[in-house]
Design a protein around this ligand. Sequence first.
Ligand code: NAD
Length: 481
Amino acid sequence: MSTPAYEKLELYIDGKFCQGSTGKSQDVVNPATHKTLGKVPHASREDLDRALAAAEKGWLAWRKVSPFERSKLLRKAADNLRARAETVATCLTQEQGKPIAEARMEVAVSADVIDWFAEEGRRAYGRIIPPRIEGVRQMVLMEPVGPVAGFAPWNFPVSQMLKKIAPALAAGCSIIIKCPEETPGSSVGVIRCFHDAGIPAGVVNLVFGVPSDISTHLIPSPIIRKVSFTGSVPVGKHLAEMAGRHMKRVTMELGGHGPVVIFEDADVEHAATLTAAAKYRNAGQVCISPTRFFVHEKIYDKFVGRFVDLANAVEVGNGIEPDTRMGPLANPRRRDAIEAFVGDAVDHGGKVAAGGKRIGNEGNFYAPTVLTEVPEDARIMNEEPFAPVAVMTRFMDFDEAVRRANRLPFGLAGYAYTRSAKTATAIADCLDVGMVSVNHHGLALPETPFGGVKDSGYGHEGGIEGLAPFLIAKFVTQAGV
Ligand code: NAD
């Protein structure tokens, strides 16, 4: 079977695919080969204004379409995505670097995300509140919040854009989605699925460009009623501040620093196998990636030894090759970042137990890495590495593990391994995070809520919680005349 061609890169405004009005663009580079794949057009201010006008018009029409009809069109878009899965997944691997099996999985789950919200949109129930006066009806109606400005990241471009587009459309909103300039082809491929499903013009709009130019233009616009961002904590805080100044509703899916507690009674083989697979998935560029490992001192050597073996066995290469288990870092910034994190950890007395170096001269490859003996004042113990590096530390008792796991301002995902139901319940209660996964890696399904606490953000994507941010409750009280 021949490899599908890379996607034609275009903006999508008011139901039409187009180039930017000024002709400005930037190269898209394959992170495995450093070869240029194409040029992504930048939206000018004029293009953004057209997208805003289209989103307003699209919303006014789309909100009148019944949830039942909206659901049918969304399901068509999901079916289109399934039918084109191989094209979109190939494009994703070429531009982002992840192994093709991971790209296929991302596309498959993303189609399920559309289906999930297509169904949930039909269940956006309001309620009747018993009145104090006879003959009065007190109703709560759930209405779409309005045009949304969405910002999706490059690590899971397909699933992250759909976790914004699908609930927005299911709720009756329109959306302008800014997708990542580094990985635009898969985003365009997804938007074609909506276009071909017959979603009316203006309901979905896709733009690329200079991220700060786009956010400073869209967020203050009176047309935009809601902002949804996935990305780093500093950018999230900046955008939340801007949204606050303009009184816009906000969902923020930001970074994490996943603590993993391996208790004395854990099944070591099971824990090492699952956590190593999760750690090196997407080369660690995952906001819920397990990163700080707290391993009970009695099983520390056994667990770390097994984890190091698994790290050394990961097949690193171009994601398009079927045997590859870990691709390159998505961009040179991330490779430079991991080098700096590892260098700083070693300067602080840390030891490299696996990896700790670049691989080859072509592409952004970095070996799956395990660090030990890293003190808590090293950068990697405090900042999100977003890279294929696991840091192993020992703990002596439950309270110490909890205190250290909860030490950072992040609060996204936490993990624990234990054979004791009592310990499992206790650790799930004590981890100060938005999601806990015990004895397996079971987060980020379409039907389950995904979101953080503290600096990791607020609001949810996924689950029934994922629809709510796109709805507002309107209260109507009505008396008979
Ligand atoms: P970055 O902070 O420069 O950018 C993060 C994302 O925000 C990118 O998608 C970028 O296009 C966007 N962005 C940046 N400035 C923006 C602005 N002013 N307005 C709108 N969007 C803007 O970092 P990066 O090097 O691209 O990514 C690395 C960091 O981002 C990681 O350390 C990680 O914490 C974070 N990240 C998190 C997630 C997540 O799933 N939560 C996803 C991707 C990146």
